[in-house]
Design a protein around this ligand. Structure first.
Ligand SMILES: NC(=O)c1ccc[n+]([C@@H]2O[C@H](COP(=O)([O-])OP(=O)(O)OC[C@H]3O[C@@H](n4cnc5c(N)ncnc54)[C@H](O)[C@@H]3O)[C@@H](O)[C@H]2O)c1
Length: 262
């Protein structure tokens, strides 16, 4: 028996990284999955992998920052599966910037996808979930919990996501809707691929070293390690957990190093 048997789940950003790993894991656990992504090929390939393994999924092209798309994603899921039990608002982008030189367009793009996209997913999913209950999950980041230089727009959006999940937990608990947030640290995905190509190799080496020293478990997470946390929060194993922010960061934010002991 799977932990999500018969559940209908939307996963955004399912074409790559954390979303893809979660879509595959949820389907293995018996969920029927709407694999949603702006990258249609990525979504199709995730859905095909699920189908090949005997699971149930369909791919759906959606730009989560567009209300019409978000509404269509929920409508299509309900049309195909008859209901909606789980939405994992995970799609996101990353690029570094600083406040003094960031353009208004860069700020708006970051907030539109990483924060407004979560709001829109919740808005249309809630209309369905208020009929029978459900589970909402979002991917925040430790950048939403603490300051990270070069990421003010990303951190502001993720701080917003963390608060949005808590607020939704409060407003919709009496509809039997739980809402939680996962805050990953460094995860080995494609999110910074386009940027990394443009960074000089010596700077990249320094960044690699720094990334390893951040987490106590001296490596990045694999997307599957975040997917397992998502499965926990979306399953009945977490039936008494709502309004929670689960940090999955290998100890990155555990504290600050002192020099008493090695
Ligand atoms: N990788 C990390 O280190 C890390 C750390 C903390 C939080 N996160 C968060 O995890 C989430 C998933 O990222 P990932 O690391 O798996 O990256 P990824 O790039 O591998 O996957 C993100 C997916 O989101 C999709 N996407 C982007 N914009 C979209 C849009 N407008 N509409 C629909 N889909 C869109 C992309 O096409 C891609 O398939 C993001 O919210 C990200 O901010 C990642």
């Amino acid at each position: 028996m799977g932990k999500l048997d018969g559940k209908a789940a939307i996963i955004t950003g399912a074409g790559s990284g954390i979303g893809r790993a979660t879509a595959i894991l949820f389907a293995q656990e018996g969920a029927r999955v709407a694999a949603v992504d702006v990258d249609e090929d990525g979504a199709k390939s995730a859905a095909a992998e699920i189908a090949k393994a005997g699971g149930q999924a369909f791919a759906f092209k959606t730009d989560v920052s567009k209300a019409r798309d978000a509404q269509a994603m929920v409508a299509e899921t309900v049309k195909r599966f008859g209901t909606l039990d789980i939405i994992y608002n995970n799609a996101g982008i990353f690029f570094p910037a600083q406040v003094h030189s960031m353009t208004e367009e860069e700020w708006d793009r970051m907030l539109a996808i990483n924060l407004k996209g979560v709001f829109l997913g919740c808005k249309y999913a809630l209309a369905e979930m208020m009929k029978h209950g459900g589970v909402i999950l979002a991917t925040g980041s430790i950048a939403g919990l603490e300051g990270h230089n070069g990421e003010p727009h990303y951190g502001a959006a993720k701080a917003g996501v963390i608060n949005l999940m808590k607020s939704i937990a409060m407003d919709y608990a009496h509809y039997n809707v739980r809402a939680n947030c996962i805050c990953p640290g460094g995860v080995q995905t494609n999110i910074a691929k386009g940027i990394i190509d443009r960074i000089p190799p010596e700077q990249l080496a320094k960044m690699g070293q720094l990334a390893l020293t951040h987490s106590l478990i001296k490596r990045q997470a694999q997307p599957e390690e975040i997917a397992k946390a998502a499965l926990f929060l979306c399953s009945d194993d977490a039936s008494f957990i709502t309004g929670h922010t689960l940090v999955v960061d290998g100890g990155w934010t555990a504290g600050h190093r002192m020099a008493f002991f090695e």
